[in-house]
Write a protein that binds this ligand. Structure first.
Ligand code: ADP
Length: 254
């Protein structure tokens, strides 16, 4: 069953150099995500990934189109959506002077939920940092803590916006393991990334986004079979980087 159904989702912003004109940051995209899937939105900076996520999360107005999560219309009922989703943002600002345990207890209270902070910290492998403050954590630990915060309401769907940007290779691996573990509890996970390897490693299906549009959507393997320049043969040599290049005519990174 599709837990997320998006139809013709659209967001316009004023053009930076001519505010009376607008451009499509997200240009009428449609997709469905099955319950329990890890779904990736892959694209370069400015493709419209964060804006898409923000609209699904009820954090940004939808200009046109519809989005339903677990049958709830995001546009009509953004507060109901917040009960069923967990959101890990790119940068988190926390209240000064509170420890990880205190912050998780506070976030739980905001959802009127009694949380077990130690259980959540154990999940993200930060139990030994229970009394630390976020500012004293490494980058990878901060990312894992922000996921613990996103889990306080036991969400059905977890949104991760570029969860491993800026992390060293080991911290990246640890975070991938965490995403896989969470997904094993049947949590649906939607993540954005501009990291090909991340998309290939984690995602059951990938939407490739460029200039506000989804230019292709499939399993990593099928995308490679269909679009990568090299003819398919065993073992498969093409990769998602080749797919992106073939579809958009430009590389993901400059
Ligand atoms: P991505 O997450 O793929 O990097 P974004 O969704 O952040 O892309 O941005 C898509 C486009 O919309 C970019 O051109 C960006 O500059 C523009 N944009 C994003 N947020 C705003 C905003 N609040 N006002 C105006 N333009 C915006």
């Amino acid at each position: 069953m599709a837990i997320i159904e998006v139809e013709n989702l659209t967001k316009r912003y004023p053009l930076p150099d001519n505010k009376s004109e607008s451009f499509f940051a997200v240009n009428g995209i449609s997709f469905k995500i099955e319950e329990g899937e890890i779904y990736g939105i892959l694209g370069p900076n400015g493709a419209g990934k964060t804006t898409t996520l923000e609209m699904l999360e009820g954090l940004n107005d939808i200009d046109d189109g519809t989005a339903f999560i677990n049958g709830v219309d995001v546009k009509a009922d953004p507060y109901k959506i917040k009960e069923i989703i967990g959101v890990q943002l790119q940068a988190n600002q926390y209240f000064d002077n509170l420890s990880l345990v205190e912050l998780l207890t506070l976030f739980g209270a905001l959802y009127s939920r009694e949380v077990n902070p130690e259980f959540l910290l154990g999940k993200v492998n930060l139990l030994d940092k229970a009394k630390a403050k976020p500012e004293n954590l490494s980058g990878g630990q901060q990312q894992r803590f922000s996921i613990a915060c996103a889990l306080v309401n036991n969400p059905k769907v977890l949104f991760l916006d570029e969860p491993t940007t800026g992390l060293d290779p080991q911290a990246k691996r640890n975070l991938w393991d965490l995403v896989i573990e969470l997904n094993e509890t049947s949590m649906t996970i939607v993540l954005t990334t501009h990291n090909m390897e991340e998309a290939e490693t984690l995602c059951e299906r990938i939407a490739i986004m460029d200039h506000g549009k989804i230019v292709a959507e499939d399993t990593p393997q099928n995308l490679i079979l269909k679009h990568a320049a090299e003819p398919p043969k065993a073992p498969l040599h093409g990769n998602i980087e080749d797919v992106f290049l073939a579809l958009t005519g430009h590389a993901l990174r400059d």
